[in-house]
Design a protein around this ligand. Structure first.
Ligand SMILES: C[S@@+](CC[C@H](N)C(=O)[O-])C[C@H]1O[C@@H](n2cnc3c(N)ncnc32)[C@H](O)[C@@H]1O
Length: 176
């Protein structure tokens, strides 16, 4: 197996092995703040959506009451409860490269909200989601799995799928 930590095969195998421990480590090492950080980010998205409704000094009606949300490097959907609190009718397409994470997410989805979330086992750098199809792209704690060149590819993908001018983007990450 390759030792290149940015090789998608290596990353997928890594998260196949340790995704459950990662979630626990993430909660413990952040003293539980990880929940709050996700919450605060989605609150900002909600705020931006409200501001986007103001045009020529008037509050327009909601552009889209069932926003299309793409969750990149989604894990098992830790951010979804916050998205549904803010946008109860959101439709989420979630992407994760790890087959084990994907399996766990699908099992979890069978218990709730399965009609509002599609979880795909795929590489976020190679998505073939339709152009301009997305109201919001979110990515929490997934950016550090990419090197600079891959981040450029990801940025192009996001620019391609986001609707303009309605599209909103949320990245959340941490150094450790
Ligand atoms: C640190 S976890 C974050 C999970 C979740 N978003 C959260 O908030 O906790 C990073 C996730 O990104 C996934 N991942 C890494 N590289 C990926 C890629 N190229 N395409 C899709 N998913 C990827 C991993 O399998 C892992 O589940």
């Amino acid at each position: 197996m390759t030792d290149d930590i940015y090789d998608p095969t290596y990353v997928a195998a890594l998260f196949d092995r340790c995704s459950l421990r990662y979630q626990r480590w993430s909660a413990v090492s952040s003293f539980g703040f990880v929940w709050l950080w996700r919450r605060q980010c989605v609150d900002r998205l909600r705020g931006q959506s409200q501001i986007a409704r103001i045009q020529n000094g008037q509050v327009t009606k909601h552009a889209n009451k069932s926003p299309q949300v793409v969750d990149l490097m989604a894990g098992t959907g830790e951010i979804w409860p916050h998205i549904f609190d803010a946008f109860p009718r959101a439709q989420i397409t979630a992407i994760d490269i790890s087959a084990a994470v994907h399996k766990k997410a699908v099992t979890r989805l069978q218990q709730t909200r399965s009609r509002q979330v599609a979880h795909l086992n795929a590489n976020a750098l190679e998505t073939d989601l339709p152009a301009t199809s997305t109201d919001m792209v979110v990515a929490t704690f997934g950016l550090k799995t990419f090197n600079a060149d891959q981040q450029t590819v990801l940025a192009r993908q996001i620019a391609r799928i986001l609707h303009s001018p309605r599209g909103r983007l949320l990245f959340l990450d941490r150094d450790v």
